[in-house]
Ligand binder design. Structure first.
Ligand code: RP5
Length: 213
């Protein structure tokens, strides 16, 4: 990213914060990650586990890519790469403008041993809640290790899917629609386990394995 590109991105976020958009037209959830190499963990991938993008779209959210032309869906999210160490000014601008830009909660993920994006974002965006995602196991201590008085909610390493569920749980306190979607998701989850359990029992272990588990 050139200096100009960085400056434009920061200016755009600050300009967006000054706009007085209808809250229904702004994203409720912001997803930030330290690098695009975190995308498979933060969004989810076919090869790995599902992620925050998968959870949110499953719950009916759509991704905003143009603030002037938001998607039809009532609930939306946005996604950015924000590096705590390589682009601290962008991290500051993103977190500082988050609430004014209409976000209700941020999901922030970073990898490596110095995974500072979630905790710095939480400090700057306060009182907006931030759900931290350690992208790797070794990132966990630096994400969860916040000092007293500086809160951050965090999920297990790699589980951005759960971060999205937690974010929607927060929103659901104010939106019955989302509460219903979460309950439906959970009912489906339970039905899925029950179905597997019955098949394993009725087909027996070898039969279950043969039928493709
Ligand atoms: C990668 O660098 C990690 O996955 C991390 O999220 C990313 C950004 O780190 P900083 O640029 O903030 O140090 O190794």
């Amino acid at each position: 990213m050139s200096d100009d590109e960085l400056k434009t991105l920061i200016d755009d976020l600050r300009a967006e914060a000054r706009r007085d958009r209808d809250p229904e037209d702004t994203p409720e959830i912001g997803i930030v990650m330290g690098s695009d190499s975190d995308l498979d963990v933060m969004a989810g991938s076919d090869e790995g586990r599902p992620g925050a993008y998968d959870a949110l779209t499953q719950l009916g959210f759509e991704e905003v890519t143009d603030y002037d032309d938001p998607p039809e869906a009532r609930f939306t999210f946005e996604t950015y790469v924000v590096s705590a160490h390589r682009t601290p000014d962008l991290m500051y601008a993103y977190a500082e403008t988050a609430e004014e830009r209409g976000l209700d909660v941020i999901i922030a993920g970073a990898g490596g041993k110095s995974a500072d994006l979630p905790n710095m974002t939480a400090s700057i965006a306060y009182p907006l809640p931030v759900v931290g995602v350690p992208v790797q196991e070794k990132s966990l201590p630096s994400v969860v290790g916040m000092p007293q008085g500086a809160p951050l909610v965090a999920v297990d390493a790699g589980k951005s899917f759960n971060a999205a569920l937690s974010a929607v749980q927060m929103l659901a306190r104010q939106h019955d629609d989302l509460r219903e979607r979460l309950v439906e998701y959970h009912d489906d989850l339970q039905a899925g386990v029950a179905n597997v359990s019955r098949r394993l029992h009725e087909e027996g272990t070898p039969g279950f394995r043969e039928s493709g588990e």
